[in-house]
Design a protein around this ligand. Structure first.
Ligand SMILES: *Cc1c(COP(=O)(O)O)cnc(C)c1O
Length: 375
């Protein structure tokens, strides 16, 4: 079967290989069969290995849901009574974390930082020093709305220095930017199958320290479906997810992880960087400007400022590109017109070169001036 290839430049779900797509077509199976439990156990082990964790120290706990389920699970499950959360808030995903904490009525400190540069380690340390009751520090690794990369290693070290756990949302960096869970001082990180490993939507995972998960058994239980210890314990004792797993997505994830190792951590990261280089080159050729300086970018997301041209209309340009197989994505920066070009997925620099041809055609079609103008 031939599937038309689409180039997704949105921040996930990303372009997948045909072999990953086809891995979902399997004979019907009841997920309670041992054969299926074995597949999940293998996947969990490999997910820990991707960030260079040892299985005796870390466990990957699988959930059926989009990536946000992991934000919810870690935040609500890992705070002991009489403790407060500290969220480094410098983008739309850490803002989402604050919304989750608010929804649970949990105590937290929201440390707001600029969205276009790395946070101040001094300010984070000051909050930790002034508040002895912080249970964990939470920070997004890669703020996907802007493309800002946050210093997890340094913030993780600070958290530990003050006796707090460190939770980081690595949904849009895991299996792309090389991560070493020990050196990067991570107690908990998370991801979703449709991003870094280039699988399908519906499977997400928290990778975290077993000793802390065990301790969290006695923490207040704030959710039933989204409780980390419950899901962990059920899998450890039965080899099954507590509730129905996303069966076909798990077969795709198995294949995607196989392909991840075939490509290799370094080669894959180099490919993503090569894709971003081609994205940047095309922007420079047309005169498009970005919201963030390149030095602070992750290498995976470019947030492009709308040109100041009366003929510019994002939706029209989007539709023109979409009809020709290329998907671009609106921005997520409040009060600023931006769109995003992302280097996730099974794509390479020639796909980006083909994209820029189409993008240029779209600009010409709608008479947007090139090089583009900014006032
Ligand atoms: C994609 C993403 C998520 C998850 O978003 P969903 O829409 O729930 O899949 C979480 N955090 C970050 C940083 C992301 O990029």
């Amino acid at each position: 079967m031939q599937v038309e290839r689409k180039i997704l430049l949105n921040p996930g779900p990303s372009t997948t290989t045909d072999t990953v797509k086809m891995a979902q077509v399997v004979p019907d199976i009841c997920p309670r069969e041992k054969e299926f439990g074995q597949i999940m156990a293998d996947i969990s082990r490999e997910l820990v290995r991707i960030v260079h964790g040892k299985n005796e120290d870390y466990a990957a706990v699988l959930f059926c849901g989009s990536g946000t389920i992991c934000i919810d699970v870690t935040l609500n499950s890992l705070l002991d009574k009489d403790k407060k959360a500290l969220v480094v808030q410098n983008g739309s995903y850490s803002q989402r974390a604050c919304e989750v904490l608010k929804a649970y009525g949990m105590p937290f400190i929201e440390l707001k930082q600029p969205i276009d540069e790395p946070p101040s380690l001094k300010e984070i340390e000051r909050v930790l020093a002034d508040n002895e009751d912080i249970g964990y520090v939470y920070m997004t690794h890669h703020e996907t709305g802007t493309g800002l990369l946050n210093p997890i290693r340094e913030v993780g070290a600070l958290a530990h220095e003050y006796g707090a756990y460190f939770i980081t949302d690595t949904t849009s960096s895991y299996a792309m930017i090389p991560i070493d869970i020990y050196k990067d001082n991570i107690d908990f990180c998370m991801a979703s199958a449709q991003k870094g490993i280039m699988g399908m939507t519906g499977l997400s995972y928290v990778i975290g320290r077993r000793d802390i998960i065990e301790q969290s058994k006695d923490f207040p239980m704030r959710s039933y479906y989204c409780n980390l210890y419950l899901q962990y314990h059920y899998f450890e004792t039965t080899g099954q997810m507590h509730f129905t797993p996303p069966v076909q997505t798990i077969y795709a994830a198995k294949q995607a992880i196989k392909e991840y190792y075939e490509e290799g951590e370094e080669a894959k990261w180099e490919r993503h960087l090569r894709v971003m280089e081609a994205i940047h080159k095309g922007e420079d050729d047309i005169g498009l400007k970005e919201a963030l300086k390149r030095e602070v970018q992750s290498g995976l997301v470019s947030a492009v400022r709308y040109p100041d041209d009366p003929n510019w209309d994002f939706d029209k340009i989007h539709d023109y590109c979409y009809e020709r197989g290329f998907t671009i994505y609106p921005g997520k920066i409040e009060q600023k017109g931006t769109f995003r070009l992302c280097a996730l997925g099974a794509i390479d620099s020639e796909d980006i070169e083909a994209f820029w041809k189409v993008f240029r055609e779209a600009m010409e079609h709608y008479e947007v001036e090139i090089p583009v103008r900014y006032v």
